[in-house]
Structure formats: C-alpha cells, structure tokens
Design a protein around this ligand. Structure first.
Ligand code: TNX
Length: 500
C-alpha cells in the first residue's frame, strides 16, 4: 500500500502550552483550526521529503521553497519513511476540505500534509513555509484548513505599464504564498494592447508600443502567454484574460482607426487619464474584431472565465452599451468561456452564467444587486477596500486615491457578503485585489502597493469571518516581513503593523 511505514505520529502526546500556540500564530490567511503540540521540528539538509504518486512536483516545490528560505537543500525524493510526507488521500478527509483544503501535522520528528487534491497539498506547503522560523524550526501542532470562497483573485494591469513575463511570474509567485487561486490579467486598455491577435497584427505591434508616459511598452506572443498560463498553473492559479471593451480601447483604435466610428487618426494614449474612445457599435467590423480578440484570449488560456471589461464606456449611450455587452457575451460564450464583466454591465441583458465584478464604490449601481437577486454571481473588488493602486496615505509615492486612502486596516476590515446591500451571500463567488498600474512602473512598485495589503485581502477571501481580528492579523502579518526580505519582495513598512 501507499501508507508510510512509519506513519507520522500525531504531533506529540502532550498538548502545547499557550507559548506553543503563540508560536503557531504566524500564518496568513488565518487557518480554520490551529492546535498546538509541544516541541519543534528542526529542518536539516538531511530531512527528506516523500510525496504520494501524483504529488511529486509539490515535493520538488517544497524543497525549492525551503532552499530559497533556509539555504538547506532537502532531498525531494525520499522514501516512504522520509520525515516529511505529502499525502494525497481521496477518502478519509473532511468533506469540508474540498479540493483546496489540507491538514498539516507537525511533530518533533515528522511532518505530514494530507489533502484530497494537489491544490490542497500546495496550499498546505504554503502554510508550512510560513511556519519556518529564522533558526529553521517549525512549531509542533495540527492545522486543518480550507477556504471560505472558491474565487480568491488578484489582477495585474499590464496595459498602463507593460510587465515582462518574468515580472508577471514573480507577481504570481508571491501571491501564491497567500493561497490566491485566480490571476486576472488586464491585457488591454487605452495606453496599451498586450495580446497578439491573429488577423490583427497591428494591435500588438502598434497598440502595444506605448504605455503611460510613453516608452516602448510591449506585448505577449502566444508563447509568452503559454509561459504565464503554465507558470500560474504550477502555482495552482487560473489565468483570466481581460479584453477591455467597448471603452478603454485607445490602443486598439490607435492601431486600427476603423474600429471607432469617427474614422479619425487616433494617436497613442500616454496619459494617466482615460481616452474615452469607443468601439463603433453601429457598424459590423468591431464585432469581427471582438470575435477575434476574445478567441485569441480564449486560445491563450485554459480556465473557464474570460473578462470582457465593460467599464467606463462614457462615449456610448445606454442602448448602444447594453447592445454591445449582449453581443460580446455571446461571442465569449461561443468560444467556450464564461463571461465576466465589470459591474457596469449589470444594466445589460446578462447570460445566466455571466459573472459581474463589483468595483466602483464611488457610483454603486443598483442594477448590480438587482442582477445578483436574479441569480448573477459576483466577484467583490470594492475600490475602497480592495484596490491595491489606492494610496496607503496622502502623499504616498505611488498610487491614486479616487476611492479614498487605503491603509492596511481598511484592506482588512470588510466582509464581501455585506459590501452591497440586497446581495444574497450565496451570490458572492469571492474577492479580487486589482492592481492598476497608471503610477506603477516596475515590479518593485507593484509589490510595494501589494504588500502588505494583498495578504490582507487574501485573508478576507480565505478565512472564516469569525476569525477576522485586525490586531491579531497585524501580528501574524509582521512575521511575514523577514520572509519577504528573504524572497526579495518589496513592501511598505506600514506603521500600522508591528514589524520586528
Ligand atoms: C477605474 S476599475 C478603472 C480603471 C482605472 C482605475 C484606477 C475599472 C474597472 N476602471 O481603468 O485604472 O479606476 O484606480
């Protein structure tokens, strides 16, 4: 059988002391249950890892993570008596675990992670990483865990400023540490078009050749997109591509003026402010373009969801806008994908499966709650709690503040099911933390806005609402600082957090 010969003993016969429990309180997001044992496990270069059949890549990930963090090179191909065991266990788990839950048992001589699915083992590995202290020890205890919401997303805007594939991978990697499982890639906007579309070569070559402030911009080839999608999959994250339309199309109409009604020559948009151009909804050629662009986005990704934008289409009247959104959904569905759109699309006739993403807390639309009441599922990305591009404080060197200032406490203190009055809790699929990049020029800038707020929003997505407590969260968050230093993740040392 596959049962390990020396089945890992439970952490210890002795329950942990309050000090042992305090030593386990360093995990973000807060797990469902945390029970301390007595003593610690000490890692060494001889500590082998063994994985069940099918989980070998996760053993290799754990070894690579621990090498990065501790410098110790643990063998990832240990036998069934290895001290660290990663075990896929189809039956016997708590059904509440789902595909993402796991149980981590740390004793003084062994560590075991069990899960029904590799995604759960991967999340358990993230918990284990966070438990490793500066002296390579891990507190004994048992953590049993599973997520509150199925959708826990982050978004990166690669249109306002272009980010290389390597930078995108780094952004994905850091978010995986907080059990984020959806990566929304905002590929197109006024200032840049980043996706190669067969039949429309100028979108990438002309529409891609700019960004905020000018500069050379860039775009992703089919191979680049595959590299991003495969990397995200290796971090148990699904990529959601976004083609933003019918507004926010400055780069598209710059590349191909026929997509707009006025037929004039549109220059590249390099300002922060939107251009308020629109696809021409009264002619057919833009729909051919929407068909091709959404097909390219569907072909480049493997997940079920495809975002069609739909925000801030000020150049259209409501009838034109609603008609466009209706046809765009049909085209996304024809490519086998489930449409997502920004909240504004709630005014249009929606397909039953279309998902709405709520963002605009400055102008909340009653139509969104009305759609939810009729069965539309929502993703919550409220600007005043979840927008990572909003400044931490007045005068902060990066970011905007149209939704107000967003200190860490505000990124943490909200509940997705009470954000919009009238929305049934079961309508909420989960949360997303978007990072718009008008003011973000580098990966370090992106990380400085995301850390430490991205982990706060990840905890809102993962952890039970009863566990939310900012003071306790900020103490756990403080313990992530040394890990970010070690991993080279830039972050803002907000004075709200008791960094040591
Ligand atoms: C509003 S959020 C926008 C974006 C901007 C963002 C800046 C949304 C759907 N539209 O185009 O980048 O505010 O915070």
């Amino acid at each position: 059988g596959t049962t390990p010969k020396s089945a890992t003993p439970e952490p210890s016969a002795q329950p942990g002391s309050p000090a042992d429990l305090a030593a386990l309180q360093r995990v973000v997001p807060q797990p469902v249950s945390v029970t301390a044992g007595a003593g610690t496990f000490t890692l060494s270069a001889a500590t082998a890892i063994h994985a069940s059949t099918g989980a070998e890549p996760i053993a290799a990930d754990l070894a690579a993570y621990l090498k990065q963090q501790t410098g110790l090179a643990l063998p990832a191909d240990g036998g069934e008596d290895a001290p660290i065991q990663l075990i896929l266990q189809a039956t016997g788990g708590d059904p509440a675990w789902g595909t993402e839950g796991y149980r981590l048992t740390v004793g003084t001589v062994s560590i075991k992670i069990t899960a029904a699915d590799p995604a759960g083992l991967f999340h358990g590995v993230q918990t284990l990483r966070q438990l490793v202290t500066a002296d390579d020890r891990i507190q004994a205890g048992v953590i049993a865990d599973h997520p509150r919401f199925a959708y826990r997303g982050v978004m990166l805007d690669v249109a306002r400023h272009f980010f290389s594939v390597a930078d995108v991978k780094s952004y994905i990697d850091a978010a995986a540490l907080y059990k984020v499982n959806e990566f929304h890639l905002h590929l197109t906007d006024d200032q840049g078009w980043r996706l190669t579309v067969p039949g429309y070569p100028k979108l990438a070559t002309v529409g891609g050749a700019s960004q905020v402030g000018g500069g050379t911009g860039g775009s992703y080839s089919a191979d680049d997109m595959k590299a991003i999608v495969d990397y995200a999959a290796s971090r148990y994250m699904t990529v959601i591509p976004e083609i933003d339309m019918p507004g926010h199309v400055g780069a598209a109409v710059h590349a191909d003026p026929e997509l707009a009604c006025d037929g004039r020559k549109h220059g590249a948009v390099t300002t922060v402010s939107p251009a308020f151009d629109s696809l021409c909804t009264t002619s057919e050629s833009p729909y051919k373009f929407v068909d091709s662009a959404t097909k390219a986005a569907a072909d480049a990704t493997t997940g079920p969801l495809l975002h069609l934008g739909g925000d801030e289409a000020q150049a259209l009247n409501l009838t034109q806008y609603n008609g466009f959104v209706k046809r765009a959904q049909d085209l996304v569905a024809a490519h086998g994908r489930t449409p997502i759109a920004w909240g504004e699309a709630a005014t249009a006739p929606l397909l039953p499966q279309t998902v709405l993403e709520y963002w605009d807390t400055a102008h909340p639309l009653p139509a969104i709650a009305q759609a939810a009441a009729k069965g539309t599922k929502l993703i919550m990305a409220p600007g005043d709690h979840a927008y990572l591009d909003q400044q931490y404080t007045p005068g902060f060197k990066l970011g905007l503040h149209w939704a107000g200032y967003l200190p860490v406490s505000k990124a943490y203190n909200w509940d997705p099911v009470t954000v919009l009055p009238g929305v049934p809790p079961t309508s909420v699929m989960g949360v997303e933390a978007p990072l718009w990049t008008e003011t973000v020029k580098s990966l370090a800038d992106a990380e400085t806005l995301a850390y430490p707020r991205l982990p706060a929003i990840a905890e809102i997505g993962w952890s039970a609402p009863e566990s939310h407590d900012f003071k306790q969260f900020s103490q756990r968050l403080a313990k992530q600082g040394p890990l970010w230093d070690r991993l080279g993740i830039a972050y803002y040392k907000s004075p709200e957090i008791p960094w040591s």
